[in-house]
Write a protein that binds this ligand. Structure first.
Ligand SMILES: [Zn+2]
Length: 311
């Protein structure tokens, strides 16, 4: 699984492990089966299933702390037993091999969203950091949208190009998700979403989930994708709150979620270095005037609604 870690023990200095999730008070989180863009074809598929097996092994070995969930009901069932829920996503549709059978197998294993691509264009669509191979969705990608809608798999447009998002919005008959990123109008990073697409996703019942990644939060942190070249202090929590507030202003509170990207990033906004400190984000939102019910919508209910709307 990610970074070869034992998630069952309290690892010092890491962003996420099961003990930290328990202490954080959260009810659940998605774990992404992440497929690097350099992998393709059978190699990408094998990589996805190897990660899935490792995740299953670690969840089974820690059944006193965590359990899998696929929807609101299973999450509440786990919570009633004091267990944190682990939801599964697939980050990069390259692992699907363009085959409906692979999509169906992953759904049967509990995967509930697929991010169409990662940092490069693939057979499905253009990435926001790719070269614009298709001008949006490929013919295979168009077919996949229909298959995912039929099956009830959430389409995730994080990492995709804006043209891909437009194509998906034009084709999908189910609400979609943007699982991790921020707002273009506050930070120009290519991974962020412009207001018209935030509105397009939310107006069709979807959700845009805001990240805590420094280079998505402010243009002052451009180039911090992999490194902190000048050893600078990370952006304040206020920057995360600014993006959430902006997304709510555009999408309404029903259209916004949290998509930290923990363990997919090397740096976070100050104070949010571990999931254990997630309460700081909640406190910050309260200080900006959000009610407990509004925060609950953003923390879980909106994304759970998108999942249940696939049926
Ligand atoms: Zn990602």
């Amino acid at each position: 699984m990610i970074r070869g870690r034992d998630f069952g023990i309290d690892n010092p200095g890491v962003q996420v492990d099961f003990p930290k999730m328990l202490r954080s008070g959260i009810t659940g989180s998605f774990f992404a089966l992440y497929i690097p863009a350099r992998l393709s074809n059978e190699e990408a598929t094998a990589y996805a299933f190897a990660q899935l097996e490792e995740l299953k092994r670690q969840v089974a070995a820690n059944s006193d702390k965590v359990a899998f969930a696929t929807d609101r009901e299973s999450m509440l069932e786990n919570a009633s037993k004091g267990l944190v829920s682990i939801f599964i996503g697939l980050e990069n549709g390259s692992a699907l091999l363009g085959r409906r059978g692979v999509l169906e197998e992953l759904y049967a294993e509990g995967v509930r969203y697929v991010t169409l691509c990662h940092s490069e264009d693939n057979d499905i669509c253009d990435s926001c950091t790719g070269s614009g191979r298709w001008g949006g969705l490929s013919p295979l990608g168009r077919k996949l949208v229909g298959e995912m809608n039929e099956l009830g798999m959430v389409i995730d447009v994080a990492h995709t190009s804006n043209d891909t998002v437009r194509d998906v919005l034009g084709l999908s008959v189910k609400p979609i998700a943007y699982t991790h990123g921020c707002c273009s109008s506050l930070c120009s990073h290519k991974r962020n979403l412009p207001d018209d697409l935030i509105r397009g996703i939310s107006s069709r019942g979807g959700v845009v989930c805001m990240s805590i990644y420094p280079c998505f939060l402010s243009d002052d942190y451009a180039g911090f994708d992999d490194d902190n070249p000048d050893g600078r202090a990370m952006p304040e929590l206020a920057k995360v709150l600014d993006h959430i507030e902006h997304a709510v202003a555009v999408a309404g509170v029903e259209g916004v979620g949290f998509g930290t990207d923990y363990e997919g990033i090397n740096h976070t906004a100050k104070g949010l270095e571990s999931i254990e400190n997630f309460g700081l984000l909640v406190d910050g939102l309260k200080s900006r005037g959000f009610s407990a019910s509004e925060i609950a919508k953003m923390a879980s209910e909106n994304l759970l609604r998108v999942i249940s709307a696939q049926k």
